[in-house]
Write a protein that binds this ligand. Structure first.
Ligand SMILES: [Zn+2]
Length: 483
């Protein structure tokens, strides 16, 4: 009797993981049906070898196909020393191969893995997804044939395994040799019940080395990332005490503790706020890093990167270094929850200036009269200090991503108004467009809203069909040939 279920995991390691008709026939009742129902088996090509049924000797021979003289159909035969040749029934030649893709799919489902999944090497290596287990997020892989002769090449061909911070390798029954990777045998972990594959997660949890920061990681919440999601699709809106994540149709709000942060003073929270304020960039080095060592800053970015990858299990890096600047750029979108416009209200348009920065963001500045408490020493009162209100001119500057301003779509393509604004900034504040140009009029409305100024930001000269900005404009973008 051949136990198909017990045999499943060792057979899965074979280059041709098939069961013969004979094996299926002699298997305990229900086993084949169970595997068939789970879609773990699919019909394979017919066998080319078969057992002779004519003489009782049980010898196995290569099948030859001979055209039947009366029906004209090709019929399978095996040579037999006793009878010359004996026919084989077509059913006896049927074979079923183990569907490893279906098993990979079932593992992902049963382990509750999330995030991306993919076939890394067809028939050999699958990336199954990611989940939090034993104190941290781990990437799960299914590797078949890890003890075959070419197994040592698998790791080089699948860099994703080596690149994973905490990979967990599942193998059907043969673990790879060497201490290089942590592997678990499905033969030990898995069981088949009436309608599903069951994985002993407790066993896995106990066997995995626990992370030193397990306690911290445990408190972190997790966003159910749909398969195939990319960082660029994620938008974080930073509110006063929470972050709202948007991805495709999903939305979830995270409090400090969900993010493993202590409160408004948490260094990672502050970095997140800085990134939100600057539209997904760290500010220029001189302003952010001068008081804080570069190494410390890099560590902080690295910690935030790790934290975000834990809360949002998406492939790849969420924050990238901008080469040669010491700065960083978010791959996801991030902004403050503030759509009410510029924080300071100017009195006239000539107090404002808009600049296109080299990286495509827009800097908006307003010259302001700031009223602040000034300390003065009164001579008469000999050393006693008085607080007096003083007035001084200052400049308030904010830098925005076009998306934050609502002038670009989710992937950063400028809207009609956004394009007009860029054109304006690059052409020294002049636009040759008709007086009823809808895009210019919409941009004007947008500018009035954002700056909370009632006056028109443009002057139109009808004889020259020319729009003139009443605020300062400039562009630091180095433009190559027109694109
Ligand atoms: Zn025979």
């Amino acid at each position: 009797m051949s136990d198909l279920l017990r045999e499943l995991w060792s057979r899965a390691e074979c280059e041709e993981p098939v069961f013969s008709a004979e094996e299926v026939e002699w298997a305990p009742p229900g086993q084949f049906e169970l595997l068939w129902q789970l879609c773990f088996l699919k019909e394979a090509s017919r066998a080319t070898w078969a057992r002779c049924e004519a003489c009782g000797d049980g010898h196995v021979e290569e099948v030859t196909w001979i055209r039947n003289a009366t029906t004209g159909n090709p019929t399978p035969f095996v040579p037999c020393p006793e009878t010359g040749a004996s026919t084989v029934s077509l059913d006896r030649l049927r074979r079923w191969t183990i569907d490893l893709d279906a098993i990979a799919h079932a593992l992902r489902r049963e382990l509750g893995l999330i995030g991306n999944n993919s076939v890394l090497l067809p028939g050999r290596v699958w990336f199954l997804g990611r989940r939090h287990v034993a104190g941290r997020f781990r990437d799960f892989f299914l590797v078949v044939g890890a003890a075959r002769e070419d197994a040592h090449t698998l790791w080089d061909r699948c860099r994703q395994i080596e690149d994973a911070p905490s990979p967990v390798i599942l193998v059907p029954s043969q673990a790879p040799s060497g201490p290089r990777v942590l592997a678990f045998r499905l033969a030990d972990l898995a069981a088949l019940t009436e309608d599903r594959l069951v994985i002993d997660l407790d066993y896995l949890t106990d066997a995995l080395p626990r992370d030193a920061n397990a306690k911290q990681a445990k408190t972190v919440a997790c966003f159910q990332v749909p398969a195939g999601a990319r960082w660029s699709e994620l938008r974080l809106v930073v509110r006063e005490h929470t972050v709202v994540a948007h991805l495709r149709h999903l939305e979830q709000e995270f409090a400090f503790e969900d993010l493993g942060m202590t409160g408004p003073g948490d260094r990672l929270w502050q970095l997140l706020c800085t990134l939100a304020r600057y539209g997904g960039h760290t500010p220029a080095r001189s302003r952010s890093v001068s008081e804080e060592g570069t190494v410390t800053f890099r560590k902080k970015v690295s910690d935030l990167r790790q934290r975000l990858s834990t809360v949002f299990p998406i492939d790849g890096e969420p924050i990238r270094a901008v080469r040669g600047t010491g700065g960083y750029r978010c791959v996801f979108q991030i902004n403050l929850d503030r759509t009410d416009g510029f924080p300071v209200q100017p009195e006239r348009w000539n107090e404002c200036s808009l600049t296109e920065l080299r990286d495509g963001r827009i800097a908006i500045s307003v010259r302001t009269k700031e009223v602040f408490a000034a300390r003065t020493i009164s001579e008469e009162t000999a050393g006693r200090t008085n607080l007096e209100a003083a007035e001084q001119f200052g400049v308030r500057t904010e830098e925005y991503d076009l998306r934050t301003l609502g002038l670009a779509d989710e992937v950063g393509r400028p809207t009609g108004e956004g394009r007009v604004l860029l054109e304006l900034l690059r052409s020294g504040g002049k636009l040759t467009r008709r007086g009823d140009d809808k895009k210019v009029l919409r941009l004007a409305q947008w500018l009035r809203n954002w700056m909370r100024l009632e006056d028109d930001p443009f002057q139109f000269t009808s004889c020259r069909i020319l729009w003139n900005a009443l605020f300062d404009t400039s562009s630091r973008r180095k433009l190559g040939p027109t694109t």
